[in-house]
Every structure is written in C-alpha cells, then in structure tokens.
Write a protein that binds this ligand. Sequence first.
Ligand code: PEP
Ligand code: MG
Length: 362
Amino acid sequence: DATIAGEFGRIMAWADKYRTLKVRTNADTPADAKKARELGAEGIGLCRTEHMFFEEDRIAAFREMICSDTVEEREAALNKILPYQQGDFEALYEALEGNPVTIRFLDPPLHEFVPTEEADIEKLAAAQGKSVEDIKTIIASLHEFNPMMGHRGCRLAVTYPEIAKMQTKAVIRAAINVQKAHADWTVEPEIMIPLVCDVKELKFVKKVVVETADAEIAAAGIDLKYEVGTMIEIPRAALTADEIAKEADFFCFGTNDLTQMTYGFSRDDAGKFLNAYYDAKIFENDPFAKLDQTGVGKLMETAIKLGKPVNNKLHVGICGEHGGDPSSVEFCHKIGLDYVSCSPFRVPIARLAAAQAAIANK
Ligand code: PEP
Ligand code: MG
C-alpha cells in the first residue's frame, strides 16, 4: 500500500533525523539482508557463518576435516567448503552495496556438526579410509556434557586454525571481487571472533587472520582495508576489556551468551523454569528478551570504560536479541554504543527506539 509505505517512510525519516545510534541487522542470507536494507538497516552487525555449513557437501567436508590426522588433510577438506563460503560472502557484500558487513567466524555447538546416523558414519569412514570404529572413537572424543560452554567459538579456531584460515580467505576473496566490480563502494571486511574470554585467544586467532588476509591482499595487488574485532559475550572478556581492546578494532556485545553466562541460566532452557520466577515475582522480565541493566548492563559499561581509553578508534555494538528491544536500545544509547544490530523485522523498531532514546537523553 503506497500510502502506508509513504507514512512509514515519513515516520522513519523523522526517527533517523534524531537518532545517533546506527542500526544494523543480523543476517546470513542475501534475502534477509535485502529485506533488512529495505527496512533501513545500515549494515550487517552479525552474520552467523555456522548456518552456512549445513548443506550436504559442506557438512560432509567439515566432518572429513574433524576426522583428519594432519594439517594438510584438514586444509584439503576445508578447501572443498571455501568456494561456497566465498560465494556466500560475495552475495552479502553485493546485497549491502558497500555498507559494513560483520562476518562472525564459525561458532557452532560442535555436537550439531558431528554425524550421529550410522549411514553417515559409514560414509565418512569410507571417505577417510578409516574403520567405522575409528570414526566412532573420534566422535566420542568430541562428546561434551555442556556443548554451549565447550568447544565452540574461538576455541574451535584455536584447535583447528585451518577453519579461521579458510574463512579469512573466503571473506577477503569475496571482498576483493566485490570491490573490483564496484569501484564506488567501500568494501571493508569486519571479521569478528566469537566467545573470547582472554586476549591471548584473540591474539592467536588474529595472527592467523592477519597473515592469511595480508597474503591474499598482496597477491591480488589491491588496497583493501579490513578490521578484526571480537564479541564480548563472556563476563571475563568484559572484565579484561582493556587488554582485549589493544588487539580489537571493535567490540560487539553478544548479550545472548553474556546473559546466559552472567546469570548462569541456560539460554536454551530458561523459558521453562523462568515462568515460575515471574509468578514468584523474582523477575518482572525475561532477561534474555530485555537487557538486564544492573548485571549484564554493568558488564557492558565496564567493558566500554576499560576498552575505549586504550583504543580510541574502538567501535562498539550489540548483536544479541536485545539489539531490537526498545528499552535495551535506550540503554545502549546511554552507555555510548555506536550501533545496535537486530533481526530484519525489528530494524524499524530499533530505529524508532534509537530516536526516542536520543530525544529523551538530550
Ligand atoms: C550472542 O551470544 O548474543 C550472539 C549474538 O551470538 P549467538 O546468539 O550466535 O551465540
Ligand atoms: Mg554468542
């Protein structure tokens, strides 16, 4: 309806005049990215790359990688995923037309990636020239009781640096191609390392990223800038943000995990027993939906206060679910974030909330 579209556009234009917070989106498909752009997103704040590994060929290659014995074998397996991954990123850069795109490196709970079906295990054994028993032993060695607190995020890039290398190649090659095709856009990749709790993890993964990216850029003979930043989603990362800021170009608060780890509530199960908390008047709101400003928020403020003086170029955003919740957006404005990132359909709400926050806190 042209009238509604017109009125929507007018209200949004007012909001945009007042807000100082940028609004990005969480998207990992070109369709979501385009929808979010139509709704006013000014960039991608979080592309979750684990969603890109589930197609048959890719997951098969990933499983080969996990069951390989040498770096060379692991690299060969991951090289099968590289062209797909490069294509994924090219499509996102195209959809964003030179606006920022933050690509978050692989952060799966590993148990979702290992085979459980007998037929898949047999296929993997055949591909690897190993016995079914050997494959089962490898899978069993990866079993964890708490996968969400386990071998995921940057921890995976520490144990398998080849993954970070492959993803860096895919990001940089995609960016180079899109930059070459559109001289009037600025394509500047933002690579985000998840689940960091110690600056040494970031240093370790960043070294892989920088060595790989610089080699790709030199080989292409192009002047491409890129950033390496980190998610702040473990309390320890917030509390040691001065150290981390020395190595990071940006921070992005992953308030889903930060809420989980601050409260010690499982983000996947909390809905069940939290209802009793509302009945008992212990909680008014679900902390996974509305940012807890006293606890989780204090960690965010701490991270900003520690990080900014160390790195005056540090830019800071949020990409947990709270980035699309109005009261949480207001809090993000007050503590000095540069952007919020939320799912595509919440982008207009975030734009309005950011404007209200700017007006209310003049
Ligand atoms: C988060 O933890 O808030 C986040 C954005 O990352 P994910 O939800 O993918 O863990
Ligand atoms: Mg997270």
